[in-house]
Design a protein around this ligand. Structure first.
Ligand code: V47
Ligand code: SF4
Length: 382
């Protein structure tokens, strides 16, 4: 079906669209200008068809999920990103939370005997939680549950920890890797354009540093994810520039596993006056990123942030991964106003959500090894 629609796009009288569609069919990279054209002039249905074509060529009819939970060590943060509804200033730290290692290990032990494959650890940047504190946490997690994949710390947290410990990026990453860190999540990327970054997240690690940390991790054999916070003050040009920097690094290292667009949510933060993007914009953004990022295997829609219905729709706009079971263990989006106020899905619910989108669910581990295929027939209407 997807190729039928794409064939009809190839007959379009619009020269630019025809050119882009031909590149998509030939598995040829689209240019920044092409991506901008799609953002500005592409009809949603056309972007959807082209993105779905790429998605099915790369991942067939499969959609991935995993069994995971989050640990958020603290929401106390020395930085003051304007879009953040989650952080608590250090001088008012008593209004936030600060978990010690025992409390975090107690959270981990709750999952003893459950087939969880990943723990995702991110939080605020707390001046007293240093590289040795987190090193201890990683070793204790690995001692308790060696097979559990630890995806931990955004580049923003890592940059601060390493500077404070006077370690180079390579020394710091090597230290944490030896303690048990397996991969790096995609947070902290926001928007790479220097002017926009200054405006919305001026005091944290800059774009060059974010990219350098991921590049070094890749060189050390660790995989990582990447994100883009969109739908606030940025333009389409800024989005393309952001993805272009990621595509270039991916050409160099091949270390990114997935790209995760993060929709700006406007509750209770210093950018609450900005309207949130529409559903049409969200779907368009998934689609353009799927078409543009030809060297990425996966595009993830993070369901706790966009809600279950959009997660279903997104699978027709290039998305082939919807993250995990989560078990209500993250506050980053609930505090910023996402639809999912206590994000938890059982494996059965995730599989059903995917099957009801007309796709076949695959449980993966963090590195996209296939653990189980849930080849249920799509439920029929009666
Ligand atoms: O960097 C914070 C974002 C990110 C808001 O790697 C907001 O698998 C929208 O990166 N509206 C952290 N977004 C979370 C993150 C992530 C999430 C899920 C999976 C993975 C992965 C990574 O959350 C921050 C920032 O971009 N964020 N506040 C907000 N108001
Ligand atoms: Fe701190 Fe992260 Fe919030 Fe920025 S987004 S204020 S770095 S917790």
């Amino acid at each position: 079906m997807s190729s039928l629609i794409v064939n009809s796009i190839l007959q379009s009288s619009d020269v630019q669209l025809k050119l882009i569609a031909q590149k998509v069919v030939d598995a040829e990279r689209i240019s920044d200008t092409d991506a901008l054209w799609l953002y500005k002039y592409g009809e949603l249905s056309v972007i959807g068809a082209l993105a779905n074509y790429v998605r099915e060529r790369k991942n067939g009819n499969y959609t991935y999920f995993n069994r995971n939970f989050h640990i958020e060590p603290t929401n106390v943060c020395i930085f003051s990103c304007k879009f953040c509804a989650y952080s608590q200033e250090y001088k008012h730290k008593e209004d936030g939370w600060e978990l010690d290692i025992k409390q975090m290990m107690d959270r981990l032990r709750k999952y003893d005997g459950q087939p969880i494959t990943e723990v995702h650890i991110v939080g605020g940047v707390h001046p007293k939680m240093d590289v040795h504190f987190f090193g201890d946490l990683l070793s204790q997690i690995k001692a308790h549950r060696p097979e559990l994949h630890i995806k931990a710390f955004t580049s923003v947290e890592l940059d601060y920890m390493f500077r404070k410990a006077k370690m180079s990026i390579k020394e710091g990453l090597t230290f944490l890797k030896e303690k048990g860190m397996d991969s790096i999540p995609g947070g902290g990327a926001e928007i790479f354009d220097e002017k926009v970054r200054l405006e919305i997240a001026g005091d944290k690690c800059d774009s060059a540093k974010w990219l350098e940390i991921h590049e070094t991790a890749h060189q050390l054999g660790m995989r990582s994810n990447c994100t883009m916070l969109y739908g606030h003050v940025e333009t389409y040009e800024h989005r393309v520039d952001h993805m272009s920097r990621l595509r270039n690094l991916q050409d160099k290292t091949g270390g990114f596993q997935t790209f995760i667009p993060l929709k700006f949510r406007n509750k209770d933060n210093n950018m609450s006056h900005i309207n949130e993007s529409t559903l049409i914009e969200d779907l368009k953004n998934y689609g353009v990123s799927r078409i543009y990022l030809d060297n990425f295997d996966h595009i993830k829609a993070y369901w706790p942030m966009i809600g279950r219905s959009t997660a279903q729709l997104s699978q027709s706009f290039g998305v082939d991964d919807i993250d995990g079971t989560i078990d209500d263990s993250t506050k980053i989006y609930t505090m910023a106003g996402s639809e999912e106020q206590s994000p938890t899905l059982t494996t059965e619910q995730l599989v059903e959500l995917i099957a009801n989108s007309g796709r076949i669910a695959i449980e993966r581990d963090t590195l996209y090894n296939k653990l189980h295929v849930y080849d249920y027939a799509k439920p029929q209407l009666n």
